[in-house]
Design a protein around this ligand. Structure first.
Ligand SMILES: Cc1ncc(COP(=O)(O)O)c(C=O)c1O
Length: 286
């Protein structure tokens, strides 16, 4: 079936969507993006995604080409043009086409691109048995709170996980946990849920916020604080979270079992609460 994309004001078949080789997204990775999960044809936490998009645009000094109401309308239209119940909407804005020069062009028009595909959440097997992860030094830049399309660092790190047969790579900067190549990381120690603080070293994950909200609403003790590497390695549980992975338990780190080497009790509780929350929110939106 032909996939429909959106490019600069028009809907068209994905394979027909083309941008110039001089687009600054292609030349410099000069752009930002969002990935929005869609359940039962309804975008999940759309206002939060649009607010993070604004944060990213502000950080790279690029004006938002549309008001939130227009984004919402276009995203709903894109979803409507696809048949899947659960989708993953990808949107990207670059600084547009200009003669190659590092400094910003004075009068380029941003390139706006969107596509949607099936949302593939982790299988029951992964949720029930957990996933292997490796670790690495976080050598990315110091603006990891910007959801930039310049993802070379993340790609190299993720490939090192793939090479090792692992699902993700858990990152440490200056001896402390940051996040993973495409997910946030949570740690459980002594019944407490620990999360690295939201700052320039991690992407402020939408799923990260959902997990913290659910934990807080259910009386699970939590702390948002700097987490030394040693506390990660000796934790009872580690989870990774993202819009497409939702919440996934890490059962081995660098080949060594985490806790008992099985998804922990707190993970199972949060996972059930997360699924319940999703259904409630989606029902309310219906
Ligand atoms: C580097 C990084 N951290 C965290 C996340 C999780 O963010 P979210 O929960 O909004 O998907 C992502 C998602 O792609 C990511 O790329």
């Amino acid at each position: 079936m032909t996939e429909i994309a959106y490019l600069n004001g028009e809907f068209l078949p994905l394979e027909k969507a083309q941008v110039s080789v001089l687009d600054r997204g292609f030349i410099f990775g000069d752009g930002v993006y969002e990935v929005i999960p869609v359940y039962s044809r309804r975008p999940f936490r759309l206002p939060e995604h649009l607010s993070r998009l604004q944060h990213s645009l502000d950080a790279i000094r690029l004006g938002n080409p549309m008001a939130d109401a227009d984004w919402t309308r276009l995203i709903l239209e894109l979803i409507g043009r696809h048949t899947g119940e659960d989708q993953s909407v990808y949107l990207q804005i670059t600084r547009g086409v200009a003669k190659r020069d590092h400094a910003f062009p004075k009068d380029s028009k941003p390139t706006v691109f969107m596509m949607s595909g099936p949302l593939v959440t982790p299988s029951k097997d992964l949720v029930d048995n957990g996933v292997p992860c490796i670790t690495a030094i976080d050598y990315r830049w110091l603006k990891c709170d910007v959801k930039s399309v310049s993802l070379l660092g993340n790609c190299l790190l993720r490939q090192s996980a793939a090479d090792a047969g692992a699902v993700e790579v858990v990152l440490f900067r200056d001896g402390c946990l940051t996040e993973a190549s495409a997910s946030n990381v949570f740690v459980v120690r002594d019944g407490r849920l620990l999360a690295p603080p939201k700052n320039h070293l991690i992407l402020p994950g939408i799923t990260y916020d959902v997990v913290l909200e659910i934990a807080s609403a259910n009386g699970i003790p939590l702390e948002s604080r700097i987490i030394p590497e040693q506390e990660v390695r000796t934790a009872q549980e580690i989870w990774i979270t993202s819009s497409t992975k939702e919440v996934l338990p890490v059962t081995t780190l660098d080949g060594r079992p985490m806790g008992e080497g099985r998804p922990g009790a707190l993970f199972r509780r949060i996972y059930a609460l997360y699924q319940h929350y999703k259904q409630t929110v989606m029902r309310r939106a219906a």
